[in-house]
Design a protein around this ligand. Structure first.
Ligand SMILES: CC(C)(COP(=O)(O)OP(=O)(O)OC[C@H]1O[C@@H](n2cnc3c(N)ncnc32)[C@H](O)[C@@H]1OP(=O)(O)O)[C@@H](O)C(=O)NCCC(=O)NCCS
Length: 177
């Protein structure tokens, strides 16, 4: 299966969410609902954006990375009931030879605890395995104290597989398990 340079971010849909590609027109909404939220990047590598200019730079750098590597697909999570972009879920790494990829996700805190990320991860895992043909999906660098993220993964049949030297956890989903 050829996995490089292919864009996987087809529009996906769940009961309450739409997962779709984002573009520059969505940056303002993502700034308001997501990257300016101080609670979100507690377990991520980026810092909350204080101004729209900072947000533009961050979102655009992700967007440019995705344009260079369209196989590292990126979906904006849209809440159907409000039509608001509330977060992002993406493919962060691909190991073609192992038929394996890694996902990452985060969302504005106003929408936490509603089961949304469990729903989004379920659909993305279904799509990546059933439609694209990956066999293993990984979520790495999960903090031990990130109960929400651990539960999202466990509810989607990921199993904790490895502890990194920094103490963070790696979870695996195996389709053939
Ligand atoms: C982690 C995160 C993605 C969870 O998304 P979410 O949509 O709130 O998760 P869900 O509502 O699907 O919750 C799944 C379960 O976790 C629980 N949960 C969610 N957030 C929690 C929290 N902060 N503390 C304890 N439990 C939590 C929910 O109650 C639910 O449990 P239940 O099924 O037993 O009722 C979201 O909090 C987030 O974006 N956090 C910041 C970024 C981040 O940590 N990304 C992941 C990096 S590895």
């Amino acid at each position: 299966m050829e996995k490089n340079n292919r864009d996987y971010s087809e529009k996906l849909e769940t009961k309450r969410l739409i997962l779709r590609k984002y573009n520059q027109d969505d940056f303002e909404m993502l700034y308001e609902n997501y990257v300016s939220d101080e609670k979100v990047p507690m377990y991520c590598t980026w810092k909350p954006c204080k101004t729209f200019e900072e947000a533009y730079e961050l979102l655009n750098s992700w967007y440019r990375g995705y344009e260079k590597h369209p196989e590292k697909s990126m979906w904006m999570i849209v809440e159907k009931s409000s039509n608001k972009g509330i977060g992002i879920i993406r493919v962060t790494n691909i190991w073609s030879e192992d038929n394996k990829c890694e996902i990452g996700y985060s969302m504005g805190s106003e929408w936490w605890g509603k089961g949304y990320m469990t729903e989004a991860v379920r659909e993305v895992v279904r799509y990546l395995t059933e439609e694209i043909g990956f066999n293993i999906i990984v979520a790495d660098g999960v903090s031990r104290t990130n109960i929400g993220s651990k539960k999202v993964l466990e509810k989607n049949d990921f199993i904790q597989s490895y502890t990194n030297p920094d103490g963070t956890l790696c979870y695996d989903y195996e389709q053939s398990r």
